[in-house]
Design a protein around this ligand. Structure first.
Ligand code: ADP
Length: 608
């Protein structure tokens, strides 16, 4: 995604506008060609039907009355016209209610899937940058609306062209001077509409950060995740109400800053360039031709006036098409930027990963997040042998999680390099490499699916059940599962399934750890995996984990030093540097920070 300083820039060429609309229409067409063709045809049919009904039909009937045509001829004409219009209506109902109900969801799903596919590949760095994040949210949240707009654009264009051709030819044959008036009105409306739509877009972009804030507050009040905190800390609600009020004020300020200009443009586009031309200028012109020059019959005055209004309305569709397409294009551009985004984290040589205990080496690694210049990791060199058990300790903010994110290649180093089994991480296929690591994050997530699916993180297959059973036995969740009627097939979270089970914090953590047992990876990374467990469960889990991971490389972060004691080597990080390292006993002997931390915690854990 292009990093733009002025993310409310509305500059775009006409070519871009057409290309962007064509891009989204093409996506829609690929998803459901039949629906796109049939609804475009329906828009054309509708205008032809109106033309025959209102211009040709009424004109014929008025002339028949003025010049006394035989009644049977008029009746036959009306019957044929009515039959054609009815057939057209039946077709329209089929397209708009039946085919639309099938076609639109397919179109929306395919566009969304393209966006979700991309979101999945996005570098984590994009989430750290609020500009990127704003654009990402905008692209995804606007997709449905822009699909609807693009389809409306297609229909309006087809309608506009049909009206232009049919009534345009009619006027050309009946009264060429009218075309001049219509053209002037057309150009004025076009110009004012474009200005108006640009302002609407700017206001929308200006409101976006505050609307996101409002959305966030809305989520806090309805999501389960926040329910407990809200009840226990009533003051938080006050803070949020305060934020909501501020966000509302900001939205109002943005709207207000555009209000005068929008009011003026509304007046100009609706009255000056539209009603004034129609109801004042043109009617005067027709009256002059009929009563002063005497060169127009009464039926012609009626038809020309009503057709002028219709052509004006038809032209209005036409005048609106470009500004409308321009506004859609601004959003589609964001969707395209998002889809065109090339992840920075790429595989260079695409080496395959061998499933064996990994050796990890860091050579003078430094790293800073893109949103902050300061180094979070400072010149770290470290060698981890296959099968070694490493504990990372240190105060909050020391850089422990960042270091494991670098080892997992969720970020690339700013300086220095990381090797796995003596090959640079960049040489491996990035997805294969990440997949070869069994990991439990601090903020692991439980998905709305069955227990088995949550362990596999894949579609469940009966043949996997024994291994899932085994994995959950080692992570300590088996006892809980035996209490559930549906066992491993129990649905988790009650969001979609009425009798879905909500696991406790500790149980969820055991489930997340079960994933690692199941995965059988050469490198296991645990970021405070047992923080929600009671000391006995933690002790049992750690033993179980280390036994199961005997031949694997393990890196774990823990604040509980009773756990880190089990590691072959303890690395203490401080301000992104290695401050101390060695075995538990070595570090205690050194009498440094680790020894201090141990003494502070010893009272709690010395008995285990
Ligand atoms: P630890 O795991 O030791 O508590 P972290 O690696 O999470 O420490 O964080 C190290 C430093 O990096 C902290 O100062 C934290 O604020 C900062 N940090 C962590 N994640 C990000 C991020 N996504 N963007 C910017 N700074 C971050």
């Amino acid at each position: 995604m292009n990093k733009k300083k002025d993310n409310i820039s509305t500059k775009q060429t006409m070519k871009q506008v057409w290309q962007n609309n064509a891009f989204l229409i093409k996506l829609c067409f690929t998803a459901s060609p039949l629906y796109i063709i049939s609804m475009t045809f329906d828009a054309i049919r509708n205008q032809i039907s109106i033309f025959f009904e209102d211009t040709i039909g009424i004109s014929y009937v008025l002339k028949a009355a003025e010049f006394h045509y035989p009644f049977h001829k008029v009746a036959a004409f009306i019957m044929i016209l009515a039959a054609c219009i009815t057939l057209g209506m039946i077709y329209s109902v089929i397209v708009t209610s039946l085919w639309a109900a099938k076609g639109m969801p397919i179109i929306r799903q395919q566009v969304k899937m393209a966006l979700y596919e991309k979101a999945k590949d996005l570098d984590l760095e994009c989430y750290d940058n609020s500009d990127y994040y704003n654009e990402l949210v905008l692209a995804i949240s606007e997709a449905d609306k822009q699909i609807d707009r693009c389809i409306t654009f297609l229909q309006n264009t087809a309608s506009g062209i049909t009206v232009f051709i049919s009534i345009g030819i009619y006027f050309f044959m009946k009264d060429k001077a009218s075309i001049l008036l219509i053209t002037v009105s057309f150009l004025l409306t076009f110009f004012f509409n474009q200005l108006y739509n640009k302002l609407t877009y700017k206001a929308r972009i200006g409101r976006n950060p505050y609307e996101r804030k409002r959305d966030y507050i809305k989520r806090v009040f309805y999501l389960n995740d926040y329910a407990k905190e809200l009840r226990l800390n009533p003051e938080v609600s006050e803070v949020l109400f305060n934020d909501l009020e501020k966000a509302n004020e900001e939205v109002y300020k943005v709207e207000k800053s555009y209000a005068n200009r929008r009011f003026l443009l509304s007046f100009l586009r609706r009255y000056v360039s539209n009603d004034f031309f129609n109801d004042v200028l043109y009617i005067t012109y027709l009256a002059f031709k009929a009563s002063v020059l005497g060169i127009l019959s009464f039926s012609s005055v009626v038809i020309l006036y009503s057709s002028f209004g219709r052509l004006k309305r038809g032209m209005r569709i036409f005048t609106d098409v470009y500004p409308y397409a321009s506004e859609t294009s601004l959003y589609v551009q964001k969707i395209r930027d998002f889809l065109d985004y090339e992840p920075k984290i790429q595989s260079e040589k695409k080496l395959s990963v061998i499933n064996q205990p990994k050796a990890i080496e860091l050579r003078n690694v430094s790293f800073s997040y893109s949103n902050c210049d300061e180094n979070v990791i400072n010149d770290i060199s470290l060698s981890i042998s296959p099968g070694e058990k490493i504990a990372l300790v240190g105060y909050n903010g020391a850089g422990k999680t960042t270091l494991i994110k670098l080892i997992m290649r969720l970020y690339d180093t700013t300086k220095g390099e990381i090797l796995s089994d003596e090959k640079l991480l960049q040489d491996y296929n990035v997805w294969e490499y990440r997949n070869s690591i069994g990991v439990v994050f601090q903020d692991y997530k439980i998905f709305a699916g069955t227990i088995t699916e949550n362990v596999l993180l894949d579609l469940a297959d009966r043949s996997d059940q024994d291994k899932v059973d085994w994995a959950l036995h080692h992570s300590g969740l088996s006892d809980r599962i035996t209490t559930l009627t549906n066992g491993l097939d129990t649905a988790l979270t009650s969001e979609f399934v009425k009798d879905g089970v909500n696991l406790s914090g500790g149980e969820s953590q055991k489930l997340a750890i079960g994933r690692v047992f199941y995965k059988d990876a050469g490198l296991i990374i645990l970021d405070e995996p047992s923080s929600a467990l009671d000391p006995i469960a933690e002790y049992q889990l750690n033993h179980s984990m280390l036994k199961a991971a005997e031949n694997k490389t393990v890196i774990f972060i823990s604040h509980r030093l009773s756990t880190t004691r089990l590691a072959d080597r303890i690395i203490l990080l401080e301000k992104g540097r290695i401050a101390e390292q060695g075995t538990h006993e070595d570090l205690l002997k050194q009498g440094g920070k680790y020894a201090q931390m141990w003494r502070a915690q010893a009272g709690q854990y010395i008995t285990i």
